[in-house]
Design a binder for this molecule. Structure first.
Ligand code: TEU
Length: 513
């Protein structure tokens, strides 16, 4: 959507991705996860699919997609499709046939009878009730937008149709899937829930692992194929099971606990400074417990999250701090996922008007609360922050498109762009490239065990150990010098000069012992 627009209509597209494959290869990308580009009414940026088997006109054609597969293969980049299987758009033909009562589509969606009011008090993740009345006293479940109806996974015919989608893309040569909110697919009890408003019943439901096992049987057996579970509000036990080493379910998982450190009482849009102690504690707990028995993907950015530099680093330190954040997350065991623009330290959008916000979750929130001015928490955490166009150069609209893009370009593009950073040996971009190369080749990082140390003085510290080699990794999460003694050979740092009893603002060090 926001990566590269090849036909200057203001929307990123598949041809745009093809144009930038050389760049991705240069950077060292192995797998490329692309957000949904299926046919969509676009209420939730493509996560509302109206036909899984066709490409939306906005994004190109099936031929463009086949070309992308061919050209990425030449560069050894594997394509990961985003499978949105918890729900479809209400524009999907399945939904239309279901609502018309066609027998083949009987029980395709989750529907309950309830007199005059929703069947229970579950809340949608985008605000309001999780139910929509479609005919007098009949309601369908929609955990996200009203136009995203939850599929009924209990129905084998639904699963059969979804496995046909998997087969279609595997046959085309896709080499991985990211399964959107896959731990929400098993729902069986529909009781009122006065604490978590439904989460307790629809998250990691009792058939969830059975369904994952079934999905697995439809995935290719080759070990290059990568399946990723997006796990919403989950726990360690279920995460381990979903990504167990016997590979009976999926290969690895995205979890979000480490990114909820600036939520105030679970309220995303209430403004709160991130709590770094909690950040450390969450990373330590999750990664230490999951890395041997299961597998987590390390990431700090995606299309739903605010930009990590804006979130964690004071403005004057964005360049140095962006390198520290990447080191912090990528030196942990497991795959690392980078989100477009992170490699040049792109920041949150510079939105000035309430009408600049487009994301459905944000817009619903603003409307529900009758905001006329942008609240601080929305500036801080709206999903639009990460969706601004990729900053390629300092041409008009940051080189993303020649036409006004679908979402506002961040005005810092003139100074912060790929073209400029490529020429600067000290840039975030060149750091990412060099660091990715280092990560791939290093045995300690690829196979080593993990040991987290105590968090003190704003320093996160952990060790990676393999055979007789130990890497002590230190990260200063603050903008202050911190007195801290360390010894050993400094292998990597984001500062040229290192002093053995001081860790500089946002400095990181990998020390070999
Ligand atoms: O997101 C799942 C999800 O629950 C969150 O990350 C969501 O963005 C959060 O509730 C916001 O506070 C996935 C997709 O990544 C997201 O873009 C979709 O909107 C959502 O599923 C529905 O398909």
């Amino acid at each position: 959507m926001s990566f590269k627009d090849s036909n200057d209509d203001g929307y990123g597209d598949l041809r745009g991705v093809i144009q930038k494959l050389d760049y991705l290869e240069w950077l060292g990308v192995d797998y490329l996860w692309i957000s949904p580009f299926y046919k969509t009414p676009f209420k939730d940026n493509g996560y509302d699919v109206s036909d899984y088997l066709s490409v939306d006109d906005r994004f190109g054609t099936k031929n463009d997609f086949l070309d992308l597969l061919k050209k990425s293969k030449k560069r050894n980049i594997k394509i990961i499709m985003d499978l949105v299987f918890n729900h479809t758009s209400t524009e999907h033909i399945w939904f239309k046939k279901w609502i018309n009562g066609e027998s083949e589509y009987k029980d395709f969606y989750i529907s309950k009878y309830s007199n005059n009011k929703p069947p229970n008090n579950w809340k949608s993740k985008f605000g309001g009730s999780a139910w929509k009345e479609y005919k007098k006293d009949n309601w369908y479940l929609c955990l996200f937008d009203k136009t995203q109806a939850d599929l009924n996974w209990e129905n084998p015919n639904v699963r059969k149709k979804l496995y046909e989608v998997i087969k279609y893309y595997v046959d085309l040569g896709v080499q991985g899937f990211r399964f959107d909110v896959i731990n929400l697919i098993s729902k069986t009890q529909y009781k009122n829930d006065y604490i978590s408003y439904g989460k307790k019943y629809y998250t990691n439901g009792y058939k969830f692992h059975k369904f994952l096992e079934e999905i697995r049987t439809h995935l290719p057996k080759n070990n290059q194929f990568l399946s990723i579970a997006e796990l919403s509000s989950t726990d360690i036990k279920n995460t381990i099971q979903s990504t167990n080493q016997k590979k009976t379910e999926l290969d690895c998982a995205f979890i979000f606990c480490h990114l909820k450190i600036d939520y105030k009482n679970n309220d995303k849009f209430a403004y709160k400074e991130p709590n770094m102690k909690k950040f450390n504690k969450t990373l330590a707990r999750w990664f230490s417990k999951c890395y041997e028995k299961g597998s987590l993907v390390g990431f700090l950015n995606n299309h739903d999250q605010p930009r990590s530099v804006s979130r964690f680093i004071k403005k004057e330190y964005h360049q140095i701090g962006s390198k520290m954040l990447f080191a912090l997350i990528s030196l942990l065991p497991g795959h690392t996922c980078i989100y477009q623009g992170e490699e040049i330290a792109m920041t949150n959008g510079d939105f000035a008007n309430i009408t600049d916000f487009l994301d459905i979750e944000t817009v619903n929130y603003l409307k529900a609360n009758n905001y006329v001015k942008i609240p601080k928490g929305v500036l801080q955490k709206s999903r639009d922050n990460s969706r601004t166009p990729m900053q390629w150069n300092n041409d008009i609209y940051s080189g993303f498109s020649k036409l006004l893009p679908w979402i506002k370009v961040n005005q810092n593009y003139a100074n912060k762009n790929v073209f400029k950073q490529k020429q600067d040996p000290d840039s975030t971009l060149n750091f990412y490239k060099e660091f990715i190369d280092f990560l791939k080749k290093d045995d300690v990082l690829n196979y080593g065990s993990l040991f987290f140390h105590r968090f003190r003085k704003n320093i996160i510290s952990y060790s990676r150990i393999w055979n007789n080699t130990k890497y002590h990794c230190l990260f200063n999460l603050s903008s202050k010098n911190v007195k801290y003694n360390f010894n050993g050979e400094v292998m990597k740092s984001n500062y040229n000069q290192c002093i053995s009893n001081m860790i500089k603002p946002y400095q990181f060090l990998v020390i070999r012992k």
